[in-house]
Design a protein around this ligand. Structure first.
Ligand SMILES: C[S@@+](CC[C@H](N)C(=O)[O-])C[C@H]1O[C@@H](n2cnc3c(N)ncnc32)[C@H](O)[C@@H]1O
Length: 223
């Protein structure tokens, strides 16, 4: 009788342990793509190592991160950047494009900066997500067909309003148009651009929270 009770006790304990394991067992994790994890590590290492080294009018780190997050959150794929310089913002945008399955077309007029940018894209591991053009954006922006899901303008401030006018008809539904250096009066045309962008029907307008003192404006088209 004693051994029967002992055996029943063992069975009950086993059943309890089995139930507890089932209740607390974690669902199997989705397999992490090694390629994605490796790219993330490579780009993050590059951005961290270069963080204080950018010296060609490049965006501050926090502004690059904001651009990256906007693209990833919006799932934007067709990305246009006006003003590559040596490629800091492009690396952030291209990293985001790698996550959304997109690509960044970026335009720079200065050959030396364009070439340094190309080298940076390779070092960061994002070259395959970038189509870097050496051109005058005044001309090329008009020629590129779009449609664009995401635009970042960061070139000559005097042309901000004109770039926006050239591109607004090429913005995809749900697309967003961002502009850097909008918090300081760099040029009369920046103010004119902001006034114009604010009044576009069917286009929301706001400033990015957490951006540097340079400021980033965000205009988004309805879906
Ligand atoms: C503020 S910097 C861009 C910084 C860059 N977005 C980054 O974060 O690394 C502006 C760049 O626009 C370029 N630029 C100015 N006018 C241009 C034009 N008409 N077409 C193309 N690039 C132009 C300048 O040569 C300069 O490198």
């Amino acid at each position: 009788m004693g051994s029967t009770r002992w055996f029943a006790g063992i069975l009950a304990a086993c059943a309890y342990v089995s139930l507890a394991v089932q209740v607390h067992a974690q669902p199997p994790r989705a397999p992490v793509s090694r390629t994605t994890a490796e790219l993330d590590r490579k780009v993050q290492n590059f951005l961290d190592a270069e963080r204080d080294q950018w010296d060609y009018l490049n965006v501050p780190y926090q502004d690059g991160r904001i651009l990256h997050d906007l693209v990833v959150k919006g799932g934007h794929k067709a990305i246009l950047e006006i003003g590559t310089s040596t490629g800091h913002s492009t690396v952030w945008l291209a990293w985001a494009a790698a996550k959304t399955g997109g690509r960044v077309t970026t335009i720079e007029i200065d050959r030396g900066r364009h070439e340094r940018a190309l080298a940076n894209f390779k070092r960061a591991g994002v070259a395959e997500h970038v189509d870097a053009r050496l051109a005058d954006a005044h001309d090329l922006v008009k020629l590129l067909p779009g449609p664009w899901d995401f635009v970042f303008q960061d070139a000559d401030k005097e042309w901000y309003l004109q770039y926006f006018r050239d591109l607004e008809a090429k913005m995809a539904p749900g697309g967003c148009y961002t502009a850097h250096n909008v918090a300081r009066p760099y040029a009369r045309q920046v103010t004119e651009f902001l006034d114009y962008a604010r009044k576009r029907p069917g286009v929301s307008f706001r400033f990015a929270e957490g951006a540097s003192a340079e400021g980033i404006s965000i205009s988004c088209w309805a879906r």
